[in-house]
Design a protein around this ligand. Sequence first.
Ligand code: XLS
Ligand code: NI
Ligand code: NI
Length: 444
Amino acid sequence: MADTNSAISYFPDIDTIKYEGIDSENQLAYRYYDKDQMVLGKRMEDHLRMAVCYWHTFCSDGMDIFGSGTFNRPWHSANNDRAAADAKMAAAFEFFTKLDLPYYCFHDVDVTEASDTPDELSNNLKYAADNLARHQEASGKKLLWGTANLFSHPRYAAGGLTNPDPQVAACAIRQIRDCLEVTHKLGGSNYVLWGGREGYDTLLNTDLKREQDNFGRFLSMVVDHKKKIGFEGKILIEPKPHEPMYHQYDFDTATIYGFLRRYDLLGEVHVNIEPNHATLSGHSFAHELATAVSLDMMGSIDINMGNYQNGWDTDQFNLDIRDITSALIEILPSGGLDTGGFNFDAKVRRQSNDEADLFYGHIGGVDALARALLAAADIIERGKIDAMKKERYAGWESGLGQAMISDDASLASIADTVASDGINGSHSSGKQEYLENLINQSIK
Ligand code: XLS
Ligand code: NI
Ligand code: NI
């Protein structure tokens, strides 16, 4: 059994990160994130519900496809055994505590030692879950979501739930069952499915209809199981258009809406949106959030950003305050994130091999979110964007607009109005530049 009160510190030179305000010169301090500050009637911490992810920060050794690891973390060891998993967990909870953020997220394989068989993974996950529960208890940290990794093991090369081989799909289902139950036991707020290999590399070997039908059927079973065990969190799908597969079925929020509708799962499954995945699918972060809100699908956010010059998932800490502000004004008016939160699905660069770099990365990401939250609140309180939108659509609230959307209206009745009333229509300004300026004015 792992000792959760271990005296070893993995970050001995770093104290708990505190709010010091914008004039601070301390690079290990927050300038904007003051967790108790009230914003739009809620504490900052409760608005943002920030989480640290296990995989990029504690599992990665900096390996990329051209070279091996560069990080040499003190909690890593050559063999991925139980002692290594225990050490990694101790480092992770020390880090969550020192950052003073409330949540974390994990994949089953992030928290367990290497497992050769599905059976071993189940047992190792049970052991890890007991340790996570003890760490949560000791630190007060909470689980934002758990997920099963159905993309790293070679058996999942052709997918998990959409695999052509039923035996592989059964292994995926077992992993999901186990991880969903562990997430429930740990009081998780959500359970995520990211279909990294649910898709195809070539249509020449792919039965698209069968794979999607299986995906829909098995996802319904996940929802049934969630209800059976009494898990009250949300089930979330994380859209991404491609990478690692050439095409992924969960392409974007709108595609997932069509899928859920087809398999009668609307209202049962929501989305976990990631800015870098949004841009890979040709959308902005704000577009994906606005779409999710309009379709009642909003779940949670994996906060990060891509590099504007290349076309892959670089998972950088999102420092683009304007981009985050534009996104936040899409979700705050409808009450914000509910069971969701902001999970830092972001990694430090391969050359950033000091443990302090992990802090710098997160501190930048936390402060960008806090600053954008303040800006978004200011925009909402000033009310000018909302007023402009209301005015723009005011015609639909009375007279002709109401008549056109009433049950008696038909194509012909509407068309005839134009001739009889001498309607000509007019073009009024969309005020785009005026609106864009308002965003910048609120960023302080
Ligand atoms: C990869 C995804 C992944 C999910 C969790 O691109 O973002 O990290 O969030 O499996
Ligand atoms: Ni993600
Ligand atoms: Ni990603």
